[in-house]
Design a protein around this ligand. Sequence first.
Ligand code: AHG
Ligand code: MN
Ligand code: MN
Ligand code: MN
Length: 322
Amino acid sequence: MRRLPPVLIEDGCSRELVSLIRTILAACKEISFRVGQGALSGVLGSTLDENIQGETQKKLDVLSNQLLKDILLESGYVKAIASEEEDYTVAGNPKANYIVAFDPLDGSSNTDINSLVGTIFSIMEAPEGSDPSDPAIFMQPGHKQVAAGYVLYGPSTMLALSTGKGTRLFTLDKTHGSFLLTQDFAAIPEDTKEFAINASNQRHWTPAMQNYIADLLEGETGPRGKNFNMRWIAAMVGDVHRVLCRGGLFTYPEDRKDPNKPFKLRLLYEANPMAMLIEQAGGIAHTGRERILDIQPEEIHQRVGVILGSKHEVEACLTYHK
Ligand code: AHG
Ligand code: MN
Ligand code: MN
Ligand code: MN
């Protein structure tokens, strides 16, 4: 089986980009080890702190963030970083060419129940002559990402990665510490009978989403003419991984629970990297109004509605949003 670095070099990635990706993965291997040790490494449970978005931080959120931040800044390969767990962007090496936005630990609510969690990352080029301490460096639409990926800490630790030439899946060989290519090109089936949504928010959804889901639930005698199955992992990495493996529609849509917070998922380090992985595997990633990768960001912790997955099913969902 092929190791990650030669695959990236063959794809024409710069040496610096390959080194940057390997640096991120070095931190992820350490996170994978700590997650795997669970209660034995004393990392379960919450801290007394909140992040800037008002979420209580788990010990693993803080630890994963610190590992990624320290390793990336020490490496010299990043000009700046943005993280879910950092209030502001952090400046790195002014001479570096890349910037990284990351969700150090996605699926925090799963940490204490030994369930799926992961790390999501997005890599872009730093605009020429840009100031490393200026957050404007990150205000680029997702189609400018040069690489995006996640590492899923599950029964096996897996990496999904795209550098714009398809989406590939690697599995961490824990005996040697290398990520080995286990699926060369993920291809999401265009049709599906599976969807993922947190149904407890149903009364807060927009009429468009209410109608779409109601039609799915009617099954084969309803307007969609087939029976759908539902899944919800409560970690976007887990749900998106399932979609990459066997198709499906995943959504965390706009809702009206809190008028000041109509969306849950964050554009820079959740929606954008996942959108790139999904599109590169033949799927669609949309907000209901526009393609996720075309959104011009205005703020590093900006949130968006997300509807992604199997091409024909996302298209069906979007017809309700016209
Ligand atoms: P995070 O743990 O990084 O804050 O992200 C959690 C997100 C996402 O992973 C998941 O799809 C969603 O929150 C789950 O939300 P609910 O708890 O509302 O189901
Ligand atoms: Mn969080
Ligand atoms: Mn997350
Ligand atoms: Mn997180």
